[in-house]
Design a protein around this ligand. Sequence first.
Ligand code: SF4
Ligand code: SF4
Length: 100
Amino acid sequence: MVAIIESDCTGCDLCISHCPFEALLPLLVSPPERTKAKRPVVVVEEQCVGCLSCIGSCPTQALHEIQAPPSAITSPLLHPPKRPVTEKVNRWKKGGLRWA
Ligand code: SF4
Ligand code: SF4
Protein backbone atom coordinates (compact mmCIF):
# COMPACT_ATOMS: atom_id res chain seq x y z
CA MET A 1 0.00 0.00 0.00
CA VAL A 2 0.96 3.63 0.13
CA ALA A 3 0.95 6.30 2.80
CA ILE A 4 1.33 10.08 2.75
CA ILE A 5 3.57 12.01 5.14
CA GLU A 6 1.17 14.80 5.94
CA SER A 7 3.84 17.35 6.82
CA ASP A 8 5.44 16.84 3.39
CA CYS A 9 2.14 17.07 1.49
CA THR A 10 1.54 20.50 0.00
CA GLY A 11 -1.97 19.63 -1.17
CA CYS A 12 -0.98 20.12 -4.80
CA ASP A 13 -3.44 17.35 -5.85
CA LEU A 14 -1.08 15.98 -8.53
CA CYS A 15 -1.37 12.44 -7.20
CA ILE A 16 -5.18 12.31 -7.28
CA SER A 17 -5.57 11.57 -10.97
CA HIS A 18 -2.87 8.86 -10.85
CA CYS A 19 -5.01 6.56 -8.69
CA PRO A 20 -7.41 4.44 -10.77
CA PHE A 21 -9.25 3.43 -7.57
CA GLU A 22 -9.97 6.94 -6.28
CA ALA A 23 -8.07 6.18 -3.08
CA LEU A 24 -6.27 9.54 -2.99
CA LEU A 25 -8.63 12.32 -1.94
CA PRO A 26 -8.30 15.73 -0.28
CA LEU A 27 -9.39 16.03 3.34
CA LEU A 28 -12.53 18.12 3.62
CA VAL A 29 -11.07 20.07 6.55
CA SER A 30 -7.40 20.62 7.33
CA PRO A 31 -6.20 19.25 10.69
CA PRO A 32 -6.02 22.18 13.18
CA GLU A 33 -2.29 21.68 13.75
CA ARG A 34 -1.46 21.88 10.03
CA THR A 35 0.91 24.71 9.13
CA LYS A 36 0.58 24.57 5.32
CA ALA A 37 -2.06 26.76 3.66
CA LYS A 38 -3.81 24.00 1.71
CA ARG A 39 -5.49 20.89 3.14
CA PRO A 40 -3.62 17.62 2.62
CA VAL A 41 -4.52 14.67 0.44
CA VAL A 42 -5.01 11.37 2.30
CA VAL A 43 -5.06 7.69 1.37
CA VAL A 44 -8.53 6.17 1.72
CA GLU A 45 -7.21 2.82 2.87
CA GLU A 46 -10.35 0.80 2.09
CA GLN A 47 -9.92 1.67 -1.59
CA CYS A 48 -6.14 1.33 -1.96
CA VAL A 49 -5.17 -1.98 -3.57
CA GLY A 50 -1.43 -1.30 -3.52
CA CYS A 51 -1.00 -1.11 -7.28
CA LEU A 52 1.62 1.67 -6.84
CA SER A 53 0.43 3.51 -9.97
CA CYS A 54 0.59 6.72 -7.97
CA ILE A 55 4.01 6.26 -6.46
CA GLY A 56 6.05 8.51 -8.75
CA SER A 57 3.50 11.30 -8.97
CA CYS A 58 4.38 13.25 -5.83
CA PRO A 59 6.91 16.06 -6.31
CA THR A 60 7.74 16.21 -2.59
CA GLN A 61 7.98 12.43 -2.06
CA ALA A 62 5.28 12.62 0.59
CA LEU A 63 3.72 9.57 -1.02
CA HIS A 64 5.61 6.35 -0.32
CA GLU A 65 5.16 2.60 -0.25
CA ILE A 66 4.43 0.82 3.04
CA GLN A 67 3.80 -2.84 3.91
CA ALA A 68 0.58 -2.01 5.74
CA PRO A 69 -0.72 1.10 7.53
CA PRO A 70 0.91 1.57 10.97
CA SER A 71 -2.46 1.10 12.68
CA ALA A 72 -3.44 -2.06 10.77
CA ILE A 73 -3.76 -5.42 12.52
CA THR A 74 -4.67 -7.14 9.26
CA SER A 75 -5.25 -6.02 5.67
CA PRO A 76 -7.30 -2.82 5.56
CA LEU A 77 -9.08 -4.29 2.54
CA LEU A 78 -10.61 -6.87 4.93
CA HIS A 79 -11.14 -4.56 7.88
CA PRO A 80 -11.06 -0.98 6.62
CA PRO A 81 -10.44 1.74 9.21
CA LYS A 82 -12.87 4.61 9.68
CA ARG A 83 -13.07 6.46 6.39
CA PRO A 84 -11.72 10.04 6.53
CA VAL A 85 -14.07 12.87 5.56
CA THR A 86 -12.84 13.98 2.15
CA GLU A 87 -13.81 16.34 -0.62
CA LYS A 88 -15.62 14.91 -3.63
CA VAL A 89 -13.46 14.84 -6.77
CA ASN A 90 -14.99 14.55 -10.23
CA ARG A 91 -12.88 11.89 -11.95
CA TRP A 92 -14.98 10.31 -14.67
CA LYS A 93 -17.97 12.52 -15.37
CA LYS A 94 -17.95 15.17 -18.09
CA GLY A 95 -15.13 17.62 -17.38
CA GLY A 96 -13.57 15.28 -14.80
CA LEU A 97 -9.87 14.80 -14.03
CA ARG A 98 -9.74 11.29 -15.54
CA TRP A 99 -6.42 9.49 -15.40
CA ALA A 100 -3.20 11.41 -16.01
S1 SF4 B 1 -1.26 2.29 -4.59
FE1 SF4 B 1 -2.74 2.18 -6.32
S2 SF4 B 1 -4.74 2.04 -5.31
FE2 SF4 B 1 -3.29 2.74 -3.75
S3 SF4 B 1 -3.44 4.99 -3.76
FE3 SF4 B 1 -1.75 4.42 -5.18
S4 SF4 B 1 -2.68 4.24 -7.23
FE4 SF4 B 1 -4.33 4.21 -5.69
S1 SF4 C 1 1.27 14.81 -5.06
FE1 SF4 C 1 2.25 14.70 -3.03
S2 SF4 C 1 2.24 16.82 -2.25
FE2 SF4 C 1 0.77 16.71 -3.94
S3 SF4 C 1 -1.22 16.26 -2.94
FE3 SF4 C 1 -0.32 14.28 -3.54
S4 SF4 C 1 0.82 13.58 -1.70
FE4 SF4 C 1 0.40 15.79 -1.44
